[in-house]
Design a binder for this molecule. Structure first.
Ligand SMILES: Cc1cc2nc3c(=O)[nH]c(=O)nc-3n(C[C@H](O)[C@H](O)[C@H](O)COP(=O)(O)O)c2cc1C
Length: 172
C-alpha cells in the first residue's frame, strides 16, 4: 500500500483549507499532514501532495527547498492565489512551480484555486481608486478582490476532493 504525505505552507489559511480537505479525502489510513511553517515533514512517504500559496507567480522558497528531498517520489501540487477566474493564469503558476520538481519525480498533476486576500489589500486598492477614480486596472483588482472573498469555498473543496480521488484511484 502506498503511503501519503500532505505538506503545505499557508500564511493566511487558504492553502491550509485545501490541505486539510486533501487529508480528509484520502482513503488510505497511511497518511500524514504537515505544515512547512511548523516542521515535521520528511521524505518517508511514497506519494506527496505539496501545497503552496502563490508568491509573485510561483511558490515560496521553503517549498522549493522541500522539493530537494523528493527524488523519485510521486508528487501532486496544489495551490491558492489571489487572482481568480482565469484558467490560463492558474496554468502558468502550475507550470512555474512544477518546473522545479526533481527530474526523477513523477508529477501527478496540479490543482489551483482562488484564495481570499487580507482586508488590508482591499483597503489599499480603495485608497488608490480614490486618487485615480478612472483607473480601469484598479477597478479590475477590486472586482477580483471581492470575487476572492470566501475562497476556497465549498465548490473549490469539492473540486479538490475529486482531484484527490482521481489521483488515489490511479496510483493504488
Ligand atoms: C508576498 C505575496 C505575493 C503574492 N503574489 C501573488 C501572485 O503573484 N499572484 C496571485 O494571484 N496572488 C498572489 N498573492 C496572494 C496569495 O497567493 C493568496 O492570497 C493565497 O491564497 C494566500 O494563501 P494562504 O492563505 O495559504 O497564505 C501574494 C500574496 C503575498 C502576501
Amino acid at each position: 500500500m502506498s503511503t501519503y504525505q500532505v505538506v503545505y505552507t499557508s500564511k493566511t489559511g487558504n492553502t491550509k483549507k485545501l490541505a486539510e480537505k486533501i487529508y480528509d479525502t484520502l482513503n488510505s489510513k497511511d497518511k500524514e499532514i504537515y505544515s512547512l511553517d511548523e516542521g515535521g515533514a520528511n521524505a518517508d512517504a511514497d506519494i506527496y501532495f505539496i501545497g503552496f500559496w502563490t508568491n509573485r507567480g510561483t511558490c515560496s522558497m521553503e517549498v522549493l527547498d522541500f522539493f530537494d528531498n523528493l527524488e523519485g517520489k510521486k508528487i501532486a501540487l496544489f495551490g491558492t492565489c489571489g487572482m481568480g477566474g482565469q484558467e490560463e493564469y492558474f496554468n502558468n503558476i502550475k507550470t512555474n512551480v512544477s518546473a522545479f520538481l526533481p527530474d526523477s519525480a513523477e508529477f501527478l498533476g496540479a490543482f489551483m484555486c482562488q484564495g481570499e486576500m487580507p482586508d488590508t489589500v482591499g483597503e489599499k486598492y480603495h485608497n488608490i481608486l480614490r486618487e485615480h477614480p478612472d483607473d480601469e486596472k484598479i477597478k479590475f483588482m477590486i472586482d477580483n478582490f471581492n470575487h476572492a472573498i470566501g475562497h476556497p469555498d465549498t465548490e473549490d473543496l469539492n473540486h479538490i476532493a475529486t482531484f484527490v480521488k482521481d489521483i488515489e484511484g490511479g496510483v493504488s
